[in-house]
Design a protein around this ligand. Structure first.
Ligand SMILES: Cn1cnc2c(O)nc(N)nc21
Length: 283
């Protein structure tokens, strides 16, 4: 996998695992519902995550949690654009935009966003062309169904890891066929997106197989319901479980961890990395 990624005016060093801080600007995001809707709140939250070591701030205007209501492109843009603009202009942050909407990709790229994070892997009409036009790197994630229905009865004909890798293979191929260079792609198994707890556990346990793509691996496990179901913890008590998963994910090849709690995750990731790179000559 590439050891660095051109992200607009930023150059993201991927020779070691990086942390992406979550900035939800959706009124119904599952773990900080509406707390960050106010623009100043969002900026202060981002500033804190950057100070704690976040390499990227992921800004999302449309909640992708199970059961989330879909919104219009204009609603999404009205939420995301002002935040992206201030993150770029005031904090010079590397901003990832969590969107599947072509217009949002184009407009936020014009405002200085450095990465596109699409939970729908550029499958929406016009998304691939829009992403191509931005020149930005794109994270392609696996999801079965849509947030409104994906968790009703997730099932697969093949083992989950094969279904996910086959899907990502087709999406990477579609991007390459459209002229989106492979060096600009990241992949993500999409924990919690149309998957049972068993699917998620099996997928993480076998995630090292995804290194065969030779593409940077982005994962999001923070505060997700698999932690709640295994440990019986409510969303505000899932940090220890999330740190255990972050460490495992790094051990199995993840290079970007998408999380709510940046500081604690930095320590878990850096501690794990110190062990994994022990004895490497290029220390
Ligand atoms: C927006 N979003 C929520 N969970 C996510 C995950 O696991 N990966 C990516 N890339 N985006 C996510």
């Amino acid at each position: 996998a590439p050891t660095w990624l051109p992200c607009g005016r930023h150059r993201l060093d991927l020779s070691y695992p990086r942390v992406m801080g979550i900035l939800n600007v959706t009124p119904d995001s599952f773990s900080d519902g509406g707390r960050h809707v106010a623009l100043d709140d969002a900026l202060r939250h981002a500033e804190r995550m950057l100070a704690e070591g976040a390499a990227i701030i992921d800004v999302g205007g449309e909640s992708t949690r199970p059961g989330a209501q879909a919104i219009t492109a204009q609603q999404e843009l009205d939420r995301v654009a002002p935040v992206v603009e201030r993150l770029v202009c005031e904090l010079d942050a590397l901003v990832s935009v969590d969107t599947s909407t072509p217009a949002v990709m184009r407009q936020t790229a014009a405002l200085g966003a450095g990465m596109i994070n699409d939970v729908r892997a550029l499958q929406r009409e016009g998304a691939l062309e829009a992403a191509l036009g931005t020149g930005l790197p794109v994270c392609l994630m696996h999801m079965q169904g849509e947030p409104q229905d994906m968790q009703q009865a997730p099932r697969y004909d093949a083992p989950i890891e094969e279904a996910v890798m086959d899907f990502l293979e087709t999406r990477v191929a579609a991007c390459e066929a459209a002229g989106l260079r492979r060096e600009r792609l990241l992949i993500d198994p999409g924990f919690g997106f149309g998957k049972t707890v068993e699917h998620n556990l099996r997928l993480l346990n076998r995630m090292d197989r995804m290194t065969r793509f030779d593409l940077p691996l982005l994962v999001g496990l923070s505060r997700k319901s698999l932690i709640g179901k295994v440990l019986g913890r409510p969303v505000e008590e899932r940090l220890p479980g999330g740190l255990a998963l972050a460490s495992l994910a790094v051990e199995r090849g993840a290079r970007i961890l998408r999380v709510h709690d940046v500081g604690p995750t930095m320590d878990a990731v850096n501690m794990t990395w110190a062990v994994l790179r022990e004895g490497c000559e290029n220390d």
